[in-house]
Design a protein around this ligand. Structure first.
Ligand SMILES: Nc1ncnc2c1ncn2[C@@H]1O[C@H](COP(=O)(O)OP(=O)(O)OP(=O)(O)O)[C@@H](O)[C@H]1O
Length: 352
C-alpha cells in the first residue's frame, strides 16, 4: 500500500504544488488522481518514486518512508508509464521492454525472453520486437511503455497520463487492455489523468483534486457519479453523469420474457436465424430494423437501456454467452432494474 502522510511540496520560488495530502492507495487496486491542470497530480505521483522529494510530510510504501530507501533501487521496483511512452528511440522494442531486467543484471537471453512474454501480454505481435519506436503507432508505443513498466513484475505501477496522446478509439482500447491486465496482475496502480471519463472507467477509487493537491472528493466511481460532494465536483463530472453511471452497473435483475412466451410487440416480430441469433425486428407495414441486444451480467445497464430505446418494438433482445437470443426485455423491465439499489458486488465484471 502507498500512504501519503501530510505529503507537501513547496518549490524554491514559493509555488505551493501540494499543500499537504493524506491519502491511502490500497494494494492491488487502481486509484486515479484526477483534477484540473496544475493541481499537483504529477507532483504527487513522482513523490512515490522520489523523482520529487516532499518538502513536508512523508510517502510510505508498505509502511516504509520512501526517503529512507535508495532512490535507484526504489525506481527499479516501481513501474512508471508516462505520456508518449518515453521510449529510448535508439533501442529496439525488445530492448526497451527489457530495460529494467538489464539494470537488474539479468542475462540477455532471460531478459529478452521476459520481454517477448510481455509483448504478447500487451497484445503486440512478435515481429514488433525488432522494430524501433518510430516504426510504431502511438497506441503501439504506449503498449510497449506498459510492457516496459511491467518487465520486472513490480507490485506498484505509476501511470502519468499514459493514454492522453492517442486518439479516442485507440485510447478506449488501451483502457480496456489495462483493465484486462489488471484483472490478471492485481498491481497497486496510481494513475493520473485530467479526463474524468477515463477516471471513472479505470478507477476502483477516484480522487478528485483541487488546486494545491487538496481532495475535493474520494470515492468509488459509482458514488462519485451519483453523489458528488459539491457543486464544484458535479461541474467537473459534467453533464449526463446519471446516464454515465449506468455504464458502471451490470445489466442484472432485468425481467426477461422467454422466447417460448412470444417475441411480438405491437405488430413487431423478432426474426432469428437458423442458429437462434437475432436478425432484425419485422413489421408488416414498416421497414425492418436492427435488433440490438445485451448480455445480462456482462454488459452494462447503459447498454441494456440503449438496446431497449433503439428497438422499434420497445424491447431489447436478451442474449446468452454465445450471442443467441434467450428472450426479450421491454423498456419497462429495463427501467425497473435501474431503480434497484446497487450492492458493492454488482459492479461490472472484471472491474471490482
Ligand atoms: N519546478 C517547479 N518550480 C515551480 N513550480 C512548479 C515546478 N514544478 C511544478 N510546479 C507547479 O506546481 C503545480 C503542480 O504541478 P503538477 O505538474 O504536479 O500539476 P498537474 O496537476 O500534474 O498538472 P497537469 O495536468 O497540467 O500536468 C503547478 O502549479 C506547477 O506550475
Amino acid at each position: 500500500m502507498i500512504r501519503f502522510d501530510g505529503a507537501a511540496k513547496r518549490h524554491p520560488d514559493g509555488t505551493v504544488a501540494v499543500e499537504g495530502l493524506d491519502l491511502d492507495v490500497p494494494a492491488g487496486r487502481i486509484t486515479v488522481l484526477v483534477g484540473p491542470s496544475g493541481c499537483g497530480k504529477t507532483t504527487l505521483l513522482r513523490m512515490v518514486n522520489r523523482m520529487v522529494e516532499p518538502t513536508g510530510g512523508r510517502v510510505l510504501l508498505d509502511g516504509t518512508d520512501v526517503a529512507e530507501l535508495d532512490a535507484a533501487k526504489l525506481r527499479r521496483g516501481i513501474g512508471y508509464v508516462i505520456q508518449q511512452a518515453g521510449l529510448f528511440p535508439h533501442r529496439r522494442v525488445i530492448d526497451n521492454i527489457a530495460t529494467v531486467p538489464y539494470l537488474l543484471g539479468w542475462d540477455k537471453k532471460r531478459a529478452r525472453a521476459r520481454a517477448a512474454e510481455l509483448l504478447d501480454l500487451v497484445g503486440l505481435a512478435p515481429e514488433t520486437a525488432k522494430r524501433y519506436p518510430f516504426q510504431l503507432s502511438g497506441g503501439q508505443q504506449q503498449r510497449v511503455g506498459v510492457a516496459r513498466a511491467l518487465a520486472a513484475d513490480p507490485p506498484v505501477l505509476l501511470m502519468d497520463e499514459p493514454f492522453s496522446a492517442v486518439d479516442p478509439v485507440v485510447r478506449a482500447g488501451l483502457q480496456e487492455e489495462l483493465l484486462r491486465l489488471q484483472g490478471e496482475l492485481n498491481k497497486t496502480v496510481l494513475f493520473v489523468t485530467h479526463d474524468i471519463e477515463e477516471a471513472v472507467r479505470l478507477g476502483d477509487q477516484v480522487v478528485v483534486l483541487r488546486e494545491h493537491g487538496r481532495i475535493a472528493q474520494q470515492a468509488d466511481p459509482h458514488t462519485l457519479l451519483t453523489s458528488p460532494a459539491d457543486e464544484g465536483v458535479a461541474g467537473f463530472l459534467g453533464r449526463d453523469r446519471g446516464l454515465r453511471g449506468l455504464g458502471l452497473r451490470p445489466a442484472d435483475g432485468i425481467a426477461v420474457r422467454p422466447l417460448a412466451e412470444g417475441t411480438g410487440y405491437a405488430g413487431w416480430q423478432l426474426a432469428l436465424d437458423s442458429a437462434g441469433r437475432p436478425l432484425e425486428w419485422r413489421h408488416p407495414d414498416q421497414l425492418s430494423s436492427p435488433a440490438p441486444g445485451f448480455r445480462p451480467g456482462t454488459d452494462t445497464l447503459r447498454t441494456a437501456l440503449d438496446a431497449a430505446v433503439l428497438s422499434p418494438a420497445g424491447a431489447a433482445v436478451v442474449l446468452d454467452a454465445q450471442g443467441l437470443a434467450a428472450g426479450t426485455a421491454d423498456r419497462a423491465a429495463v427501467l425497473a432494474a435501474l431503480t434497484q439499489p446497487q450492492t458493492d458486488q454488482s459492479r461490472v465484471a472484471g472491474r471490482a
